[in-house]
Ligand binder design. Structure first.
Ligand code: FES
Length: 577
């Protein structure tokens, strides 16, 4: 296309002009040696990179981006890589989740404000995936997701150890006095020994699988290890494919349909995926304009079996999952059982069934057949009751079956500081029949809804060899964690939810089969307590945290900021000079 022809793509509004602004838009880009014929109207592809040395799981993303770039060039596109805020789960305080929405704003505005026709989203560590999908969805241009891939399996003293899951297990052994602290430290160097994200079916692997199940990533995206050459190949193929997606105007909204989200919910059950995916999928759906509700996870997913034998629900790790066939083998099982929306379109232009109907499985111990699952009816259950009128979630696949129906005496912690102050105190009045309740750890309360819902058990219970108790909170839980843990109670305590009214000694009834979470206290008494209730103190005078606390939605609505819900498209009406 000549510089003054009518532009075919949105980047032409920058680069395809003969006027003063066209000079400005092109000339500065040429400063690194871009020849003029690069501005001939070819698709400009943004490579949205969450590389950061502060995000260890994404520390190989410069290499991934180079392979995407090569793919874009292969297909005749013009690649332009750009950074966005990266979110490292292990280093960010008070919790990476506090910044998911901030990063999504960075992504959205970076895409819209720049001459980008299509975008490749590079994500890995937990929150980077939803942040990039949310931001890009609000622009709704062609987009394809590339996950960085999981780490190789952890190896310690002849056995596999999984990210997170192994930490939770070993730290409880230390607290019970059964594992020396020196051994615990020794495991540090053995657990994470290659590039990549957590290699259990934690939130990162869950979201990488969700990307594939939604059809917004290429087949195979979920499981190829970060250091396997095939991870670079899938990055290159994504770079090639996005150029054609721009030519076909295959926008995100054509892929992220209601059917795609339902497929993601089904896949979430089949992989025994993280409860965090519930919040992220609700938020992504609300951005792209698909109606999705918390109850959909129960209705669509809870009766489906868990097929994937990976920690924390099972035994193996992501490397094993890849060698066994990865998510394509799981999607084939779901499709063959008649529970997949087979016609859902994916980014390669094929339906999800076209992509996966012939997918082989090489290890039936790792990926079970639909009629011989790891666990039946294992999807996320949504609980309701006077303790969580807007819902709470539990992952039965990671819980103790005997505790799924339980009545116990509440032992209440007012916030996370109160919890850590008292949990190791031998005088704490608690035993394994009690229900541990943690308040003020939700979106507004923490703030950011930290992953502290899987409260460590008191040492005196651990010493009896007991490893699980019923725990209830408005917090989240790491996708690598496990236990009979009720999460995301909404409304949260800090927003005046009933959780705020629980007191030591109250009886709490959990009945997962009946989807019931009940505080056995009379309405009159609860009304009296509510009249006395004073919200937690606020110390957020300025900055992003203030904005977040004032605008964050509750967990059952995806914990997005209220003014970010929906999309604005990609149009920008004005030049910059
Ligand atoms: Fe990054 Fe687990 S810490 S994925």
């Amino acid at each position: 296309m000549a510089a003054d022809d009518k532009p075919r793509f949105r980047s032409g509004e920058w680069f395809g002009r003969a006027d003063r602004d066209g000079f400005i838009y092109r000339s500065w880009v040429k400063n690194r040696g871009v020849p003029h014929d690069q501005f001939d109207g070819r698709p400009v592809i943004g490579i949205c990179n969450t590389y950061s040395e502060l995000t260890p799981c994404n520390s190989h993303f410069r290499t991934i981006a180079d392979h995407v770039k090569q793919g874009v060039l292969d297909a005749g596109g013009f690649p332009l890589e750009f950074p966005v805020m990266s979110l490292g789960e292990t280093l960010l305080r008070p919790t990476a989740m506090l910044f998911r929405n901030l990063a999504s704003m960075d992504v959205e505005e970076s895409i819209r404000a720049n001459p980008i026709d299509g975008v490749v989203l590079l994500f890995g560590c937990d929150k980077t995936t939803p942040a990039l999908l949310m931001g890009a969805a609000s622009c709704d241009i062609p987009a394809i997701g590339v996950s960085g891939g999981p780490m190789l399996s952890g190896k310690w003293r002849g056995q596999d150890i999984g990210s997170g899951t192994g930490v939770w297990q070993m730290s409880e052994e230390v607290r019970a006095g059964r594992l020396p602290i020196e051994d615990f430290r020794d495991a540090e160097s053995c657990m994470h020994r290659s590039h990549g994200h957590c290699m259990t079916m934690g939130t990162a692997s869950t979201m990488a699988s969700i990307v594939e199940a939604l059809g917004i990533g290429l087949p195979g995206n979920a499981a190829i290890p970060a250091v396997d050459a095939r991870r670079n190949i899938i990055a290159r193929m994504a770079g090639r494919r996005i150029v054609d997606m721009v030519r076909e105007n295959l926008k995100m909204s054509k892929v992220l349909t209601r059917a795609a989200f339902e497929n993601a919910i089904m896949a979430l059950a089949a992989i025994g995926g993280s409860t965090n995916a519930v919040i992220h999928l609700l938020a992504i759906a609300a951005r792209i304009g698909v109606e999705l509700e918390l109850e959909d996870f129960d209705r669509i997913g809870s009766r489906l079996p868990c097929l994937v034998n990976l920690q924390p629900s099972g035994h193996y790790l992501m490397e094993d999952f890849y060698y066994a066939g990865g998510l394509p083998a799981v999607l084939r099982e779901l499709g063959a059982a008649g529970v997949l929306h087979k016609q859902a379109l994916t980014v390669n232009g094929q339906s999800i069934w076209d992509n996966n109907q012939e997918a082989p499985c090489w290890n039936r111990e790792v990926i079970r057949p639909y009629d011989r699952p790891l666990k039946p009816a294992a999807g996320i259950a949504v609980l309701k009751g006077n303790l969580a009128p807007d819902g709470a979630v539990i992952k039965p696949a990671a819980a103790t079956a005997a505790l799924l129906k339980h009545r116990g005496r509440a032992v209440v912690f007012e916030d996370i500081d109160d919890f850590y102050r008292r949990i190791d105190d031998e005088r704490l009045d608690i035993d394994e029949t009690c229900v541990m309740v943690l308040k003020n750890c939700g979106p507004k309360g923490y703030p950011g809804m930290a992953e502290c819902g899987n409260m460590p058990l008191p040492p005196k219970v651990l010493r009896k060899g007991i490893t699980d108790m019923v725990r209830i909170s408005d917090a989240r839980m790491s996708g690598t964690a496990y236990g009979t843990v009720v999460l995301h109670a909404a409304p949260e305590a800090a927003a005046g939810g009933a959780l705020a009214l629980v007191r030591d000694g109250d009886a709490i009834e959990l009945d997962v089969a009946a989807r019931r979470l009940h505080l056995a206290v009379s309405d009159a008494e609860l009304a009296r307590r509510r009249a006395e209730w004073q919200g937690p103190p606020r110390h957020l005078a300025r900055g992003y945290c203030k904005l977040y606390v004032e605008h964050v939605l509750q967990a059952n609505r995806g914990a997005d900021l209220d003014f970010l819900v929906g999309k604005s498209g990609a149009a920008v009406p004005r030049d910059n000079h």
